[in-house]
Design a protein around this ligand. Structure first.
Ligand code: URP
Ligand code: ZN
Ligand code: ZN
Length: 460
């Protein structure tokens, strides 16, 4: 069929919602409005009465097929993007890690090869800079010109990923000189390492100690330091995975001064409590992710930060390691448990349920945080993040009257657990279209293989 029309649904964009039909042709949105009466030959019509039509989710923080802490994340580009599609995410921006001994361009090329022909949704990359060798910043212009318009630096993990402040300053100023954006992992790595060593010395080797080694101040101090370093570098800044009230306050102060500081938080910081670290045995390893989960006080501050616009993006930080793999590496020492957890599949529905249905954010704000704003922030607009004429036909059909129960048994993420095990959420993602192709139906992938395209992202 040449045309597809989704009829009778409620189209939700970040700027407002309207009862409308959506006409799709050749992978693009051709029109949005009262179109059902139009007589068009060669058309497939899908009745979406009573359904919400949302822009496909844009998840700008994933780690697929990523080498990390002596292992590799369990989802590759085939499995991870299938899981994303089933959960309503039709675009992702994944972190390309710089491997030890490799140039940035070499590592980027290797990461491209992992995605090419395997990803089933459209994707872009951020380039992680973990070793600022001589000449590294000379490659920035080529990287940005190739459509990888953002970098990531780590203020934690000394000896593997962390850059010292001078190197971070250099990345910031050289990146902004070529129009790039820097994403910062803000935690004070040196203090974390000391606290972690103290815990091990005291015999507290289990996964619950992960949280104790990374108290809120380790994030807040690093956020404030990074803001000042970015000021000195005259560079914009984007904080990934913020988890604390103090970080929200620091970003709000900077933004009130009109400094170019943006921030994201992640689904799990908004919805999961630190008490999961008190679980018996090795169970707490499921939430050994960085920064750690926090208390309700911090969660409330994050939701407030989203409502106020201080934080503009909610990502998944999908960084999955099976529990067995975490145990193999970190059974005797929590410092060796690979940091990260799954989330790309459930980000949209968890945010819809915990945000919209619990009255914390409007439907339009939900769309903004999960699709429109991340697309804009990372140079993917206007093709991604909105249901408007001319955009890619990435559309989620959500039944607000349905419900979904999350379980490791039924998820598509290549994982042996989910931190949302047994959660029953209001809402069901019935169908997902990516560039006009039906790719997922009722939680099952039905699209073609390897259909995802690399997205060249523009600069800010
Ligand atoms: O725990 C996490 N998030 N690990 C992944 C790496 C990172 O810092 O994003
Ligand atoms: Zn990080
Ligand atoms: Zn991450």
């Amino acid at each position: 069929m040449s045309y597809l029309m989704l009829t009778g649904g409620r189209v939700v964009n970040s700027g407002g919602s309207v009862d409308a039909d959506v006409l799709v042709r050749a992978g693009k949105i051709e029109a949005v409005g009262r179109l059902a009466a139009l007589s068009i030959a060669d058309i497939e019509r899908i009745d979406c009465t009573g359904r919400l039509l949302l822009p496909g989710g844009v998840d700008v923080h994933t780690h697929l097929d990523a080498p990390m802490m002596g292992t590799t994340t369990s989802d590759d580009f085939a499995t991870g993007t299938r899981a994303a599609a089933c959960g309503g995410t039709t675009t992702l921006v994944d972190f390309a890690m710089q491997a030890p001994g490799e140039t940035l361009l070499q590592s980027l090329e290797n990461h491209r090869a992992k995605a090419h022909g395997r990803a089933v949704i459209d994707y872009g990359f951020h380039m992680c800079v973990t070793d600022l060798y001589d000449g590294a910043t000379d490659e920035f212009a080529e990287i940005v010109e190739s459509g990888v318009s953002s970098f990531k630096v780590f203020m934690a993990y000394r000896g593997t990923l962390m850059l010292h402040d001078g190197a971070m300053f250099e990345v910031l100023r050289k990146s902004s000189a070529v129009g790039g954006q820097v994403c910062v992992h803000a935690e004070n790595g040196d203090i974390i390492d000391r606290l972690a060593a103290d815990l091990i010395a005291a015999g507290r080797t289990g996964p619950g100690s992960h949280e104790l080694s990374r108290p809120p101040s380790t994030e807040i101090e690093a956020v404030r330091r990074a803001i000042q370093i970015a000021r000195m570098a005259d560079s914009p800044l984007y904080f990934v995975h913020l988890s604390t009230e103090g970080a929200v306050e620091a970003v709000a102060e900077a933004r009130a001064k009109d400094w170019a500081v943006a921030g994201e938080t992640c689904t799990h910081y908004l919805t999961l409590d630190r008490s999961l670290y008190d679980a018996p045995g090795f169970e707490a390893a499921k939430v050994v992710l960085t920064p750690p989960l926090r208390t309700e006080e911090h969660r409330d501050a994050l939701w407030r930060g989203l409502r106020a616009g201080t934080l503009g993006v909610v990502s998944s930080d999908h960084c999955p390691f099976c529990l067995e793999e975490k145990r193999r590496l970190g059974q005797d020492d929590f410092r060796a448990i690979p940091n990260g957890g799954p989330g790309v599949e459930h980000r949209l529905l968890v945010m819809y349920a915990e945000g919209v249905r619990k009255g914390r954010i409007s439907l339009e704000k939900f769309v903004d945080l999960t699709a429109t704003a991340p697309a804009r922030q990372f140079g993917l607009s206007p093709a991604k993040g909105a249901i408007v004429r001319g955009a890619d036909a990435d559309i989620v059909v959500l039944d607000p009257h349905g419900s979904t129960t999350i379980s490791a048994e039924t998820q598509n993420q290549r994982m042996d657990y989910t931190p949302y095990e047994g959660w029953t959420l209001p809402g069901a993602i019935e169908a997902v279209y990516a560039r006009g192709e039906l790719v997922a139906q009722n939680g099952k992938y039905v699209g073609s293989e390897g259909r995802g395209r690399f997205l060249e992202r523009s600069t800010l």
